[in-house]
Design a binder for this molecule. Structure first.
Ligand SMILES: [Zn+2]
Length: 440
C-alpha cells in the first residue's frame, strides 16, 4: 500500500517535470532593440485583421495561394503569438483589444481608451501627434467602429457613436481618415472638416485623385461592403486606401503613425461565412503587401500585423481545391469569382458565432525586429510597448509570460492526468497519516 502511494507521487512528479519541459514555462524577457541613433523621423504602420486568427489566415492563404504557399506576411522575419484576453481574463471584444494595443492598458469590453475611473488613456496615435508626426486611420468598417475609435477617441462605451463621431471631428485631428460611417456624421461635421482643410472624398476615383494634404474618405453609410459584394469601380479596396494613406503620411519629415484595419474578417466569422472570411483576409493581405513595399524602401519604419481576437473558433479541415488559382493576368472580377469558388471547396468547422480567446498571430517587419526571438507568446499590451519603445528609441524588452505555443497542446494534455493522480495520492497519504494518528 505504502509503495503504491509512493509510486503515484513519483509518477505525478515525473509528469510535472514533463510538463515543465514540454511547456517551457517561462516569464522570460527578450531584448529586442537597441537605442536607435535617429529617433525624430520614425514611422509605424500597425495593421489589424479584426477576428483574424491563425485559421483565418490559413483559409485565406489556401484560397489565394494554394495549400503549400504562404502569404507574404507569413514569411516576414518576426512571428509571435498574441494573447488577447481582457482585464477580467475573459474573451475580449474589439474595444478592449483596441485599447490594449493603442494604450498598453487592459480594460473591460466595450471600453475605448479610458480607465475604470473614466480617466483618458493616451493612445499611440496621440503620442505620435505629440511628437509632431502625421497620423492616419484606415478601415473597412465604419470609422466610428471599435478598433479605429480605440486609437482616436475616449469613451466608456463603443456604442456612444455620436460622441465618437464628435471626438473624431472636433478633437482627434487625424490627418488621413478612410472608411465608412457616413450616416453617423452630420452635415455640420463635414463642414468643420472642410474648414479645417480636409479634402473629402466619397469614391475610389476621388480617393486616387485626392491631393497631398489632410484627407477624409467616407465610402459607405455604415461598413464598407464585403469584398465579395464590392463595386470594384466605385469603392476602393483596403489596399488602395492603405496606399493612399501612406503616400500622404510619408510627406511628414518627422514620420507617421498609421493604423489599418481589415475590419470585416470578424463579421464573416460571426456569420460563420467562410467565403467572406477568406475574401476579407485576402483583401487584408493585399493591403499588407502595400505596407511591406513601403517599409522595404523606408528603413525608418516598422510594420506590425496582428489581430484583436479570433472570431468563430474556425478550424480549416480539408479541401477539394481544383488547380485554378487567382492570377495576375485575370481581371479583378475574374479573380474574385475564382476565389469564391475556391473558398467553397474548403471544408471548415466553426465552434461558435462569437469571439474566442485563442491566441492570434503577429507578424513584424523592420530592421529592429531581426534580433527578436520567434514564436513566443506575448500579451496584446506588449504591442503598445513595442511601438512606444520604437518611437522613443529606447532599449525595450518584450515579455513572454506563458507557455510556448508549440508545446501548449502537449502541456494541456499532460495536465489533467497529473492533477488527478496527484490529488488521489495526496488524499491517500493524508488518510494514512490520519489513521496512523488514530492508531497511536
Ligand atoms: Zn466581433
Amino acid at each position: 500500500m505504502k509503495t503504491k502511494i509512493k509510486k503515484s507521487i513519483l509518477l505525478s512528479l515525473t509528469l510535472i517535470i514533463a510538463i515543465l519541459i514540454a511547456g517551457q514555462f517561462s516569464r522570460e524577457t527578450y531584448s529586442f532593440f537597441e537605442s536607435s541613433e535617429e529617433t525624430n523621423n520614425l514611422s509605424i504602420i500597425l495593421m489589424i485583421g479584426d477576428g483574424m486568427g491563425f485559421e483565418q489566415v490559413k483559409l485565406g492563404r489556401w484560397v489565394e495561394k494554394g495549400i503549400t504557399t504562404n502569404f507574404t506576411m507569413e514569411n516576414l522575419h518576426l512571428k509571435l503569438n498574441v494573447s488577447t484576453v481582457n482585464i477580467d481574463g475573459d474573451t475580449t471584444d474589439s474595444a478592449a483589444a483596441a485599447t490594449a494595443m493603442a494604450t498598453g492598458k487592459k480594460v473591460q469590453n466595450k471600453v475605448l481608451s479610458v480607465d475604470e475611473n473614466g480617466t483618458i488613456l493616451t493612445t499611440m496615435l496621440e503620442i505620435a501627434q505629440e511628437m509632431g508626426k502625421a497620423t492616419g486611420v484606415v478601415t473597412t468598417t465604419s470609422i466610428q467602429h471599435a478598433t479605429p475609435a480605440g486609437f482616436m477617441t475616449h469613451v466608456t462605451s463603443r456604442y456612444l457613436t455620436a460622441e465618437i463621431s464628435r471626438q473624431i471631428i472636433e478633437e482627434a485631428n487625424v490627418d488621413v481618415l478612410l472608411g465608412g460611417g457616413d450616416s453617423d456624421f452630420t452635415v455640420e461635421q463635414y463642414l468643420i472638416m472642410e474648414t479645417n482643410n480636409y479634402t473629402i472624398v466619397r469614391d475610389k476615383a476621388a480617393l486616387i485623385a485626392a491631393p497631398i494634404g489632410k484627407l477624409m474618405g467616407i465610402f459607405a453609410d455604415g461598413h464598407l461592403p464585403y469584398e465579395q459584394e464590392r463595386d470594384l469601380a466605385l469603392t476602393p479596396s483596403l489596399a488602395q486606401m492603405t496606399r493612399k494613406a501612406i503616400e500622404i503620411l510619408d510627406q511628414n519629415s518627422k514620420g507617421f503613425f498609421l493604423m489599418v484595419e481589415g475590419g470585416r474578417i470578424d463579421h464573416g466569422g460571426h456569420a460563420n461565412n467562410q467565403v467572406n472570411v477568406a475574401l476579407e483576409t485576402i483583401a487584408f493581405a493585399k493591403a499588407v503587401r502595400e505596407a511591406i513595399a513601403y517599409v522595404k524602401s523606408n528603413e525608418n519604419t516598422i510594420l506590425i500585423i496582428t489581430a484583436d481576437h479570433e472570431t468563430g473558433g474556425l478550424m480549416v479541415q480539408s479541401e477539394k481545391l481544383d488547380s485554378t488559382l487567382p492570377l495576375f493576368g485575370y481581371t479583378e472580377d475574374q479573380n474574385r469569382t475564382i476565389q469564391i469558388t475556391r473558398a467553397n471547396q474548403i471544408t471548415v468547422e466553426w465552434s461558435r458565432t462569437g469571439h474566442t480567446s485563442k491566441p492570434v498571430p503577429l507578424f513584424g517587419y523592420g530592421n529592429v525586429f531581426t534580433s527578436l526571438e520567434n514564436n513566443i507568446l506575448i500579451d496584446n499590451t506588449e504591442i503598445f510597448r513595442i511601438m512606444n519603445g520604437y518611437f522613443n528609441g529606447s532599449l525595450t524588452q518584450i515579455n513572454s509570460t506563458t507557455f510556448e505555443m508549440k508545446n501548449r497542446n502537449i502541456t494541456l494534455l499532460l495536465l489533467l492526468p497529473t492533477i488527478t493522480i496527484f490529488t488521489i495520492s495526496y488524499r491517500k497519504l493524508k488518510r494514512r497519516k490520519n489513521q496512523q494518528v488514530i492508531n497511536k
